[in-house]
Design a protein around this ligand. Sequence first.
Ligand code: PL4
Length: 407
Amino acid sequence: MARVNANYRKLRAGYLFPEIRRRTTAFLADHPGARVMRLGIGDTTEPLTPTVVAGLRRAVDALADPATYTGYGAEQGEVPLREALAARYAGHGASIELDEIFISDGAKPDSANIQSIFDAASVVAVQDPAYPVYVDSAVIGGRTGAGTDAGYEGMVYMPCTEENGFFPALPEGKVDLIYLCSPNNPTGAVATKEQLATFVEYARKTGAVIIFDAAYAAYISDPDLPRTIFEVDGAKECALEINSFSKEAGFTGVRLGWTVVPKALTCEDAEPGELNRLWFRRQTTMFNEASNIVQQGGLAALSEQGRKECRGLVAYYMANAKTIKDGLDAIGIKTFGGVNAPYIWMKTPNDMSSWDFFDKLLNETHVVGTPGSGFGPNGEGYFRLSAFGHADDIRVAVDSIQQNLNL
Ligand code: PL4
């Protein structure tokens, strides 16, 4: 008789973002015609840039012609796309070889699936709060015990608090897999090179592997902040990196990402090269390459003109971030992030719980945000606002908060 994967039954609530959608839909059913401003889910709103659209169209046209039609492609992704990414890493002082880059359909699936190349008993550490996929995929993979109010048993939560500038101290016990995300979702904090170096040193000493999620790297404007963990000496021996076209090129629905698994990466029982080979094995077995059309769009985004246009997109969202941050600061709400990151992390007023504040904000101002507690125990009492929206919606949202939020 078939049996279910009982680890799914350990998952505490529904996945955070569908729950936000559910509550928003319920609100709209009760308030037909209300203009709701969605600053909750970090989803891009502005159209693809002309250069990207042209790249996608060229790829479609090629598929329409028998002379240029192609079917299944290179398993790790098209070579010109990997070359363009390798050139970008070189620009950050990191030498990455083409067979260390794996093109995928996004950072979310990679950040969950990558666990499968590691031992099922691996102890997983996450920043707390963190993007929920890291924790939920560890639960589904059987790497935790039961869920409690303080989190899942067996999971190591590394508190990110106001006191430590939202960058965690090193874990106290031994851990095997360490998720780090910078610029951080949800806190908007960006790790310095020195902060990353402490984790690299720890991982090299203990044999742990860092899974570095750089999905928001394009939002860093401060030249002193690292865009990739591979800017840190020794990182290739203990870290892999996940990234995406979602937020820098507006590909949230188009779907394209990549993961770098350096051949130098090792762990307790893997020689250099083996983890790279295992991820290749995993991807060639369970994934059939990202869409060839989409990869041409990604390649266009990495062209000189494409990069210029994508910088314009990022600047647009970062102007929104400033509008939100300045608007909240002006009414005495304590905010963090929003400078080299597209998320504003705010303290809930009067120590309200995150979900109570979600309901209050929606009811009083018609603005949707994301409750901090959805990102982990240390997110309780905080709230995230996303800068991914049309500028006029963001302006209306901030005005509404300033005028209607009963503090
Ligand atoms: C809602 C740290 C957003 N349905 O688009 P991808 O798969 O290349 O990247 C997803 C991703 C990866 N890593 C980090 C992220 O923050 C995200 C996207 N997060 C958010 O609001 O936190 C979108 C969430 C989407 C989801 O479940 O990922």
